[in-house]
Ligand binder design. Structure first.
Ligand SMILES: [Zn+2]
Length: 302
């Protein structure tokens, strides 16, 4: 972490001169362009200061950390929580992380820090029970059964309608009652045609471990949704994985951008950009460090 502020500022100025449309879908990015350049971000001055003064104390556990504590999910002493942005999300997010993963390398924590009311992190195999919520929850995972974001509402509706008939007899009456109530309530409000999704689940781990989690029987039967193809800005690709394998915070961010346009049907105006508050800063540090040949840099892996 020996990046001088002058290098950092010079770099920023140069990059802001060239406009790159950041909200492009699909793999339209040219590798040399930087999709993190035109985000609507809160001032990162506090991160610059913290980066210059070095590690600081976690006020919860006392550990010495840079920017935030990855075990307590809070910013450290020299990054006051009031000075980092708070992001409002249109739904809840559960992140399931693999126990073998190094917490310090995960970008999932960024989501918890920046949208604490909306995000929960669970360590596998301790995960919530989703069975009763499978008409309002989706798992973000690119599997053979997965659907695209714009089709979420349709598939959730179908689930609500087919509930009572497809279930096993023991649960039938209870579930039918519940879904009937839900359906009539939604119809009377005249809105359920659109959104029924209340929560999305992301898996935070390396590719091999992801497969293990995704085949857990408690996650079977959930609607699986895949993201549009986008290239990662990640500074450390997983070995053997293509550059379309996103870090967890990128996946969350891109999901929300598409959800906003395709499900909420609203123009995206940067509402979730601050989810990349830490990510874009760290990305910039790594980029700068590469130029200056520094070796001590944070290296999240997913
Ligand atoms: Zn701590």
């Amino acid at each position: 972490m020996s990046v001088s502020p002058s290098v950092f500022l010079k770099e920023s100025e140069e990059n802001s001169a060239k406009f790159v449309e950041t909200k492009q879908p699909d793999a339209a990015f040219i590798a040399s362009e930087d999709p993190l350049q035109n985000l609507c971000l809160a001032s990162q001055e506090i991160l610059q200061k913290a980066q210059q003064s070095g590690r600081s104390k976690c006020l919860k556990c006392g550990g010495s950390r840079m920017f935030y504590c990855y075990t307590c999910y809070v910013p450290v002493e020299n990054v006051p929580v009031e000075q980092i942005p708070l992001v409002k999300l249109p739904l809840k997010i559960d992140i399931i992380k693999h126990p073998n993963e190094t917490d310090g390398k995960s970008t999932a924590i960024h989501a918890k820090l920046l949208a604490p009311e909306f995000v929960n992190i669970y360590t596998y195999p301790c995960i919530p029970e989703y069975e009763e919520m499978d008409h309002e929850v989706a798992l973000i995972f690119p599997g053979p059964q997965s659907i695209s974001i714009k089709d979420i509402s349709f598939h959730l509706q179908k689930r609500i309608q087919s509930k009572g008939t497809a279930d096993d007899p023991e649960k039938l009456s209870l579930k039918r009652k519940r879904t009937d109530e839900q359906a009539s309530c939604d119809l009377s409000e005249g809105k359920c045609k659109g959104v029924a999704l209340k929560k999305v689940i992301f898996i935070d781990s390396t590719w091999n471990q992801t497969n293990k989690i995704v085949t857990d029987e408690r996650l079977q039967g959930l609607l699986q949704v895949e993201l549009k193809t986008r290239k990662t800005c990640f500074w450390r690709h997983q070995k053997g994985k293509p550059d379309t394998f996103l870090s967890t915070i990128e996946a969350i961010y891109y999901f929300l951008v598409d959800y906003h346009a395709d499900i909420l049907k609203e123009k995206y105006k940067g509402q979730y950009d601050n989810l990349l508050f830490f990510y874009s800063f760290m990305y910039q540090l790594i980029k700068n460090a590469k130029y200056s040949g520094a070796k001590q840099t944070p290296k999240p892996t997913h």
